[in-house]
Ligand binder design. Structure first.
Ligand code: FES
Ligand SMILES: [Fe+2]
Length: 449
């Protein structure tokens, strides 16, 4: 692979709205971003509902590396590097389970749910000089937010709330119960995982509002077939969500978080009232009833429609989370989590699970279309001629953000719905991580008091 021969400003030129293709295929740049982006950022590693009981654990990823997310006997959550301190073997090979001890299969070193080394064969007489306390699994720093679990390796990073920089309002919207109560969601079933031959940044951020009309033209739009079997656009003229009813904006934060936001307004129809659930009255009525409670609790904010993408590799599509795990410059493992209300009836959970699978599973109606483009743009961009050509992110480049923070009483910088502003913000933040020596140079505001 070619060495990096450009300063970061040349690779990501925010002023002119161009990005070098090198950042999607160069091994040196990839190695640097594993070190400077993924080791410093807060990363989504799972949700508390996946480990409800003491001793529960799941496997997850932070960048390329595998971590074990555990709940110890005192109900504390830990995120531990899945690498034995003896000779580096995996200490956990199961995707999930319940165990208070993880025993390495090579020589039998054993660790508890806090990562502490608790037993090792031949210790007596063999390792008398070794302080066991120094040889536990490497722990990450952990915070939870509305049930979601986040971790970072960087102990100088700001708190997770400061890292969100105001985007917490949007993230909370996704993690609340439909009735508006806090921490009301759970992960439905297992995580859907697949590998795709593209760089991890290609699907991030996923607020490319100008691709859907052609990328997803065939099934969802031209045929008018939705994943429930009902038309995507019902006969009453209202569409699948409120997004076509109210003006929608791209919204970004200096911290690199990006999303599409529909300004909430009284009287907007809820998801329950769209045509999707017309032949599933149990689902429709359950969602309707909860939405009425949501309005009582949240007022007009009950109508907020948003799909936040938290820098660097987490993004929401509806109530689905996708994590783009890097696996080398030209390979990404996409993990998809489906969220439902904890207290939803089984019939509602099943219907939503089927709906999500049909939209966002690897064979789903939209993901396979996206994946085809993400893969072919990768192979057509990495050759010696193609990789010298910059990518274009110039849409509405000269247009200042439409609205500054709080114009709508909502945080973030608002730009036109059809704009590359979110992409420019994402890559600019990425370049800042790549250049910054430490978190002192990355902070965008003072810590909250
Ligand atoms: S590598 Fe784990 S016990 Fe030896
Ligand atoms: Fe898409």
């Amino acid at each position: 692979m070619a060495a990096i021969d450009h300063p970061m400003q040349k690779l990501v030129d925010a002023e002119h709205g161009t990005v070098s293709r090198e950042i999607f295929c160069n091994q040196d740049i990839y190695d640097q971003e594993m070190d400077q982006v993924f080791k410093r950022s807060w990363l989504f590693v799972g949700h508390e509902s996946q480990i409800p009981k003491p001793g529960d654990f799941i496997l997850s990823r932070m960048g390329e590396e595998a971590v074990i997310v555990t709940r110890d006997r005192q109900n504390q959550i830990h995120v531990l590097l899945n690498s034995c301190r003896h000779r580096g073997n995996l200490v956990c090979r199961y995707d999930q389970g319940n165990s208070t001890v993880f025993t390495c299969t090579f020589h039998g070193w054993s660790y508890d749910s806090t990562g502490t080394l608790v037993a090792l064969p031949y210790h007596d007489g063999g390792y008398n000089e070794m302080p066991k306390g120094d040889w536990g699994l490497l722990p990450a720093r952990v915070e939870t937010f509305q049930g979601s679990i986040w971790a970072t390796w960087d102990h100088t990073a700001p708190s997770f709330i400061d890292y969100l920089g105001g985007a917490e309002l949007y993230l909370a919207t996704q993690l609340k119960n439909t009735d508006g109560t806090d921490n009301g969601a759970e992960v439905l079933g297992g995580i859907v995982k697949w590998r795709l031959g593209c760089n991890w940044k290609v699907p991030c951020p996923d607020t490319d509002t100008t691709h859907g009309w052609i990328t997803h033209k065939s099934m969802a739009l031209a045929l008018g077939v939705g994943p429930t079997g009902n038309p995507v656009r019902p006969d009453d003229g209202r569409s699948i969500s409120t997004r076509q009813v109210r003006p929608r904006y791209t919204v970004s934060f200096p911290e690199g978080h990006t999303m599409g936001v529909t300004i909430p307004e009284e009287g907007d129809p809820s998801w329950a009232d769209s045509g999707i659930w017309s032949d599933k009255p149990v689902v429709r009525e359950s969602l309707r009833e909860k939405f009425e409670q949501r309005k009582k609790r949240m007022g007009v904010m009950a109508h907020l429609s948003v799909g936040p993408a938290i820098f660097p590799n987490e993004g929401w599509l509806g109530r689905v989370v996708r994590i783009m795990h890097p696996q080398g410059p030209l390979m990404t493992e996409i993990w998809t989590y489906f969220f439902v209300d904890k207290d939803a009836p089984t019939e509602v959970k099943d219907a939503l699970g089927s709906y999500y699978e049909h939209w966002y599973g690897p064979g789903g109606m939209t993901q396979q279309d996206d994946m085809e483009n993400w893969y072919t743009l990768t192979i057509s961009s990495k050759g010696p001629m193609a990789r010298k050509l910059d990518l274009n992110y110039q849409m509405r480049l000269s247009e200042p953000p439409l609205h500054g923070p709080s114009t709508f009483g909502l945080p973030g910088l608002f730009a036109h719905n059809y704009s590359d502003e979110n992409h420019r913000r994402f890559y600019q933040r990425w370049a800042e991580y790549m250049e910054a020596k430490d978190w002192g140079e990355l902070r965008v505001r003072e810590p909250a008091k």
